[in-house]
Design a protein around this ligand. Structure first.
Ligand code: NAD
Length: 497
């Protein structure tokens, strides 16, 4: 049954019944065809949406360029601030719609979708507040001029220009807002390419952007396939910057596509983050914390902690606790408030996750629990725990992006050795350390090669806290001031007076 028998809000029903086109120059325009958006918890079609290719990307980039040269560039910072605050209020008033669209399109549990919508509003408010604090500096002028005459040197912080924003499906609204809000605050204009798996919340946002009063062309939304619309955007010679969130595999293609005009590139990529539980950890905290490090968003989470290192002294007790926690997680439709874990995004992704479960067993790891695809509509996989894992196994090395935990037992307490195990990965996005000894915690954190490490918690991201990857987890940072800097150029000016 549609929505698994749950009720949706009238505004969500009305949205799904609408035609969904591309947003170019504040007009909804046709694409080259349409695609279905499906509810991954039921497999049923929710609605159809227009998709575009190179021609539509070209029009959108032209609209963004015109807006950049014209009204957006000329708008006062006070007005730019006000319009962003207005968008935040409209999003807030439409929180139910945005939340339900992410639940339906992505499958995420309602409690997570509600949280991410609230965070998105906070993010727009945060960057709206940052517009007036974009500041340059004054510097001593160069000697050869200062020796001759009085002079003044200062820097300006200017928007990079037209930004191409390419986002994934795992947290659709949030990954989009993380780029959109700072890009607009900086004064850039944008062309956004949502994931073809989850276009809906960003399409709803498109109408809110029009309603907030953004001039035509400031925000353009071109849905489409990665290899078509995405590739065209990353390659486009009149795009000044591409900011990409997605897999490391696609991230490398983005870098190649950006070579033509050497556009600036930011990358938020995959992860295989370590979770280290020391002998003195508070296990009452660590059991649910480590379980959620892996299973939050059913493991479809870039910062998922999936390489679990358990000291031998607490290994068996932790595994028992994790097994009980995993067994107690209710799987179901995101609109059911009792659901703690949703489905995998698609049939293809389910097949990939299940292939890793088989691979783990073939490689000799012990499947303690889970790893079953439920015999019901939608792609639900029960949370899996593998123990007896070794560093060379595919389930330890590769990002699975599903509810699969790979546990390794260790016996040393030497922090360099522990850090070597934690750092044995090409990735470096997140990680956590669990111990009651804060000295151990901070010394271990300083040895872990990751952009974001938590102590006695995992994935503690926040609007004002920089987030991004070491190694093959990416280039640059989002959130906070660094998230804004990613859309600004520095211009140094010297004047002979
Ligand atoms: P993906 O790389 O398959 O796709 C991401 C986006 O890129 C989509 O919009 C897709 O259409 C587009 N795309 C695909 N091929 C392209 C091409 N050749 N040129 C331009 N665009 C192209 O990733 P996904 O499966 O949607 O998302 C999951 C991945 O995202 C995981 O690896 C996850 O770790 C990562 N992720 C990272 C972060 C982070 O902040 N570091 C956050 C969320 C997700």
């Amino acid at each position: 049954t549609p929505f698994d028998g749950h009720a949706i809000a009238p505004e969500t029903a009305a949205f799904l019944a609408k035609e969904h086109k591309l947003l170019i120059g504040n007009e909804w325009v046709e694409g080259t065809g349409t695609m279905a958006s499906r509810d991954p918890a039921t497999g049923l079609e929710l609605t159809r949406f227009a998709i575009g290719g190179a021609a539509q990307v070209d029009r959108a980039v032209a609209a963004a360029r015109a807006a950049f040269r014209g009204p957006w560039r000329k708008m006062t910072v006070a007005d730019r601030t006000a319009i962003l605050f207005r968008l935040a209020r409209i999003m807030e008033a439409n929180a139910t719609l945005l939340t339900q669209l992410d639940i339906l399109d992505n499958g995420m549990p309602g409690f997570i979708a509600g949280l991410t919508t609230a965070n998105c509003v906070e993010m727009v408010d945060y960057y709206a507040g940052a517009v007036m604090r974009i500041e340059g500096t004054t510097i001593a002028p160069p000697r050869h001029i200062a020796a001759e005459t009085e002079a003044l040197t200062y820097t300006l912080r200017e928007p990079i220009g037209v930004a191409g924003l390419i986002v994934p499906w795992n947290v659709p609204l949030s990954t989009a807002i993380l780029k959109l809000a700072p890009a607009l605050a900086a004064g850039c204009t944008v062309v956004m390419k949502p994931s073809e798996e989850t276009p809906l919340s960003v399409l709803a946002l498109g109408q809110m952007i029009i309603d907030a009063g953004f001039p035509a062309g400031v925000v353009n939304i071109v849905n489409g396939l990665g290899a078509e619309a995405g590739q065209a955007l990353a390659e486009h010679p009149h795009v000044d910057k591409v900011s990409f969130t997605g897999s490391t595999f696609t991230g490398k293609k983005i870098v190649q596509a950006a070579l033509g005009n050497l556009k600036k590139v930011s990358l938020e990529l995959g992860g295989k983050s370590p979770v280290v539980v020391m002998p003195d950890a508070d296990l009452e905290l660590a059991v649910p914390g480590v379980a959620l490090a892996t299973y939050f968003l059913q493991g479809q989470n870039c910062m998922a902690g999936t390489r679990i290192f358990l000291h031998e002294s607490i290994h068996d007790q932790m595994v028992e606790g994790l097994k009980a926690f995993a067994g107690g997680m209710s799987l179901g439709h995101g609109l059911n408030p009792a659901s703690f874990q949703g489905p995998m995004i698609s049939d293809a992704h389910t097949a990939k996750v299940m292939s890793y479960i088989a691979k783990g067993q073939a490689e000799g790891a012990t499947l303690v629990c889970g790893g079953q695809k439920l015999d019901r509509p939608g792609n639900f996989i029960t949370p899996a725990i593998f123990t007896d894992c070794t560093p060379d196994m595919a389930i330890v090395r590769e990002e699975i992006f599903g509810p699969v935990m790979a546990v390794q037992k260790f016996s040393t307490t030497d922090l360099d050795e522990i850090a070597d195990m934690a750092n044995d990965t090409p990735y470096g996005l997140s990680g956590s350390v669990w111990t009651r000894d804060l000295s151990t915690a901070h010394r271990l954190v300083s040895r872990i090669r990751s952009g974001h490490v938590s102590i006695n918690c995992h994935g503690a991201v926040g609007t004002n806290i920089p987030f991004g990857g070491f190694g093959q987890s990416g280039w640059g940072r989002e959130f906070g001031q660094e998230g804004l800097d990613a859309y600004l150029e520095t211009k140094a000016v010297t004047a002979r007076l």
